[in-house]
Design a protein around this ligand. Structure first.
Ligand code: HSE
Length: 317
């Protein structure tokens, strides 16, 4: 088998989780893919205490110019410089795996086209739903069916906050801090709590499911910062829970879409989706309703989705 040399960009929650998985599972990866998969570089901005210090590099050029590197794993987050790095990696004939929803929502179509032209892969399963294989699901499981609707919970941080407020009466600020410590929240949790992270994910799903691109900024979006304990208690009295719901639906008038806190009856399947779990219903004309469920945030769930893509690419190399 060949040698697969990866470079991991960024050493935050996802980057570190991915490096840990590659090192812990090296033998298993070898038997699965027939290839020896290793991390050659980790791109960082400053030094960390780490077992992998000898792999640290500080400028992307080192990675770009090393023809040994066949897969770049982008885990920096944000649009820039992630976009420039990914585009130049693809253009140089390297495959790219990313967990960066903001990036994919903004530049996904363009980067997929560059990958196609260069005959390499651009994969982003980890960008939506963490460990939940929703991207593969939407792309592959509905080939013979038309998708009509998407409905679900797509952010671990806010679902964790709402769950803890509802179940234990804990206050918003305390719980947000815990969500950050657990590695669910973005570096700047504003994107989570204002619903922007969900809008990015919904934009990606709509592009794949409906073949229609709606920029995240054009999705009517309300986050959870206005959800008070009073509102949660009032919902409880009605046997309901408040969940941050992303929805997109084909109608006679076109596609309707939104992200907003929504009161769900306790017997709704999504009302039982707790903490960092995500769950999405996808409705297709031939298949009816499918539900995707699993951990939507955190180092290992997200790292494992990244690795799923890496393994798929390794098998093709
Ligand atoms: N901040 C995101 C979340 C991470 O809480 O869902 C996973 O995309």
């Amino acid at each position: 088998g060949a040698m697969i040399r990866t470079a991991v960009l960024g050493y935050g929650v996802v980057g570190k989780g991915t490096v840990d998985i590659i090192n812990a599972k090296r033998e298993q990866l070898k038997s699965k893919t027939g290839q020896d998969i290793d991390v050659k570089y980790i791109l960082v901005r400053h030094d960390y205490d780490s077992d992998y210090e000898e792999k640290f590099v500080y400028d992307f050029e080192t990675i770009l110019n090393d023809s040994d590197v066949n897969i770049v794993i982008e885990a920096i987050g944000g649009k820039h410089p992630a976009y420039e790095y990914i585009k130049s990696a693809l253009s140089a004939g390297k495959s790219v795996v990313t967990s960066n929803k903001e990036l994919v929502a903004a530049y996904g179509a363009e980067l997929m086209a560059v990958a196609k032209e260069k005959n390499v892969n651009f994969m982003f399963e980890a960008a939506v739903g963490g460990a939940v294989p929703i991207i593969h699901g939407v792309r592959n499981c509905f080939e013979a069916s038309e998708i009509n609707g998407i409905y679900g919970i797509l952010n671990g941080t806010t679902n964790y906050i709402l769950t803890q407020m509802t179940e234990y009466g804990l206050n918003y600020d305390t719980v947000l801090k815990v969500a950050q410590e657990k590695g669910f929240a973005e570096a700047d949790p504003t994107a989570d709590v204002e619903g922007i992270d969900v809008a990015n994910k919904l934009s990606i799903l709509m592009a794949l499911a409906f073949d229609k691109y709606v920029p995240p900024t054009e999705i009517p979006t309300i986050g959870i910062t206005g959800v008070t304990m009073e509102a949660i208690e009032a919902a409880k009295k009605d046997n309901c829970k408040i969940k941050l719901i992303a929805k997109a639906k084909k109608t006679d008038k076109g596609i309707e879409y939104s992200v907003q806190p929504t009161k769900l009856s306790n017997d709704h399947p999504l009302a039982t989706v707790s903490n960092e779990f995500n769950a999405v219903f996808v409705t297709g004309n031939a298949v009816g309703e499918l539900m995707f469920y699993g951990k939507g945030a955190g180092a290992l769930p997200t790292g494992s989705a990244v690795m799923g893509d890496v393994i798929e690419i390794a098998k093709r190399i």
